[in-house]
Design a protein around this ligand. Structure first.
Ligand code: PMP
Ligand code: GLN
Length: 392
C-alpha cells in the first residue's frame, strides 16, 4: 500500500494525552496535562446552558457570532489599547489549536522558513511541516530562559515568512521581556516577516506583571496575528473556543483556512465566552491571584523535596530540574517512575523539543485544588524518602 502522510504517520501521541492515560491507569494525581480541576465561572456556564436549551443550535456565522467578535475586539481595546474591527479582524475558532493551524496554513507556503522558539508547544512543528514550511529553531535556556539576541538574529533570513512565538510561554512559564519583544518586532520589520502570536496564557500572568502583546509594538499591527483561548481565560479547557485577531488582509486567508478545517464553533459556547470576556477587572485579577497562590504552594513543596524549581512568571506550569533525585536516566524515565511508583503524573520537558533536548527537566501543572496539590506533594515525599533510604 502507498505510504500515508509522514507528517502524521509513526509519530507519538501527544505527551499530554499519554500522561493523562498513564495517570488514569495508575490512579495517579494528574499534574501532567494542563487543565484546571475546577470548572470556570458558574455564570459563564449558565449562559452556555441557557443558550443550549433556548437555541438556535444551528451553524452560526463562519467568522463567529457577532457578540463574541465584538467582545474580543472590546477586550483587546480594554486590556491592550488595540483598535480591532470586529467585522473584519476577528475570527472565532475551535480552540487555539485550530487557530494555530488556520494561521500557519494561511500564511506559510512550501519552502518558507518559520522561526520557532524552543522549547515549543507540541503542535507547532507538525503544523509547520504540513504547510511545507521549514522550521528554524532558536532555543531559550534555563533557568531564566533568556532569548539570545544573536541566535534570534541569525535565524532570520530572506526566506523567513513568519515567526511563531508563544508568550507567556509553555512550558517555561516565561514572559518575554520588553527588549526581547522589541528585537522580535525589529527583525520582523527588517525582514518583512509575519508574527503568529500564541497568547493563550495572556491573563495568567503573576506578580503584578501585565501581558504586552507583540501586536501592540510599533508597526507590528499590520503583520501580527494574535491567538487567545477561552479555555485558559475561563478555566474551561474542554470548550475549545479560541479567537484570532489580525489585520483584515491576513484574516481573509486565515478565515478561508478555517472554513475548511472546522467552519464554525458551537454557538452556545460562543455566547457564553462573549459574556465572560465582559467580566470586570476583578475576575481577571482574581484568576491570576488564585493561580499565583497555587504556584507558590507547589513551588515551596517541590523545593523542599529537592526539585530545582525554576522561576515561574505565568501559565499553569512549574518546570523543575531533577538532577540528584535518583529518578532514572532522563526526564522521560523520571515521569514514568513518578506516575507508576509515586502516583503523580508530570510531563517530561524534552517533549517540547524537536531533537537534542535537555533531559533533566520535568513540568508540573499547579492549577489544581489545594488538597490535590498537597496530596501529590505528600505522595512525592513518601516516594522520595523511600527511594533515598533504599539507595543510602
Ligand atoms: N498553545 C499553547 C501554548 C498551549 O499551551 C495550548 C494548550 N492549551 C494551546 C495552544 C491550545 O489551546 P486550546 O485548548 O484552546 O486549543
Ligand atoms: N496545553 C496543555 C498543556 O500544555 C495541553 C493541551 C492538550 O492536551 N492538547 O498541558
Amino acid at each position: 500500500m502507498k505510504p500515508t502522510n509522514p507528517v502524521f504517520t509513526g509519530i507519538n501521541t501527544t505527551v499530554f494525552e499519554t500522561m493523562s492515560r498513564l495517570a488514569m491507569a495508575h490512579g495517579a494525581v494528574n499534574l501532567g496535562q494542563g487543565f484546571p480541576d475546577v470548572d470556570g465561572p458558574a455564570d459563564v456556564r449558565q449562559v452556555a446552558a441557557k443558550a443550549l436549551i433556548d437555541g438556535p443550535n444551528q451553524y452560526p456565522p463562519m467568522l463567529g457570532i457577532p457578540e463574541l467578535r465584538q467582545a474580543v475586539a472590546d477586550a483587546d481595546k480594554r486590556f491592550y489599547g488595540l483598535e480591532i474591527d470586529p467585522q473584519k479582524e476577528v475570527l472565532v475558532t475551535s480552540g487555539a489549536t485550530e487557530a494555530l493551524a488556520d494561521c500557519i496554513f494561511a500564511l506559510v507556503s512550501p519552502g518558507d522558513e518559520v522561526v520557532l522558539i524552543e522549547p515549543l508547544y507540541d503542535c507547532y512543528l507538525p503544523l509547520v511541516k504540513q504547510a511545507g514550511g521549514v522550521p528554524v529553531r532558536v532555543r531559550v535556556t534555563p533557568p531564566h530562559w533568556d532569548l539570545d539576541p544573536d541566535a534570534l538574529r541569525a535565524a532570520f533570513s530572506e526566506k523567513t515568512k513568519a515567526i511563531l512565538i508563544n508568550n507567556p510561554m509553555n512550558p517555561t512559564a516565561k514572559v518575554f521581556t520588553e527588549s526581547e519583544l522589541q528585537l522580535v518586532a525589529d527583525l520582523c520589520r527588517e525582514h518583512d516577516v509575519y508574527a503568529i502570536c500564541d497568547e493563550v496564557y495572556e491573563h495568567l500572568v503573576f506578580d503584578n506583571q501585565k501581558h504586552r502583546p507583540l501586536m501592540a509594538f510599533e508597526d507590528m499591527r499590520e503583520r501580527t496575528v494574535r491567538i487567545g483561548s477561552a479555555g485558559k481565560t475561563f478555566s474551561l479547557t474542554g470548550w475549545k473556543v479560541g479567537y484570532v485577531t489580525g489585520p483584515a488582509n491576513l484574516m481573509d486567508p486565515i478565515s478561508k483556512a478555517h472554513q475548511w478545517v472546522t467552519f464554525t464553533t458551537p454557538p452556545n459556547l460562543q455566547k457564553a465566552v462573549a459574556y465572560g470576556l465582559s467580566k470586570d477587572e476583578s475576575y481577571y485579577t482574581g484568576l491570576a491571584n488564585e493561580l499565583m497562590a497555587k504556584r507558590d504552594r507547589m513551588a515551596r513543596a517541590l523545593s523542599g523535596l529537592g526539585f530545582s524549581v525554576l522561576p515561574c512568571a505565568a501559565t499553569y506550569f512549574l518546570t523543575c530540574g531533577i538532577e540528584g533525585l535518583n529518578l532514572g536516566a532522563n526526564d522521560v524515565e523520571a515521569c514514568e517512575v513518578l506516575v507508576k511508583e509515586a502516583g503523580v503524573a508530570a510531563v517530561p520537558v524534552s517533549a517540547f523539543y524537536g531533537d537534542d533536548a535537555p533531559t533533566s527537566f520535568i513540568r508540573f501543572c499547579f492549577c489544581k485544588r489545594d488538597e490535590v496539590i498537597d496530596e501529590a506533594m505528600s505522595r512525592l515525599q513518601g516516594f522520595l524518602t523511600a527511594t533515598n533510604s533504599e539507595s543510602a
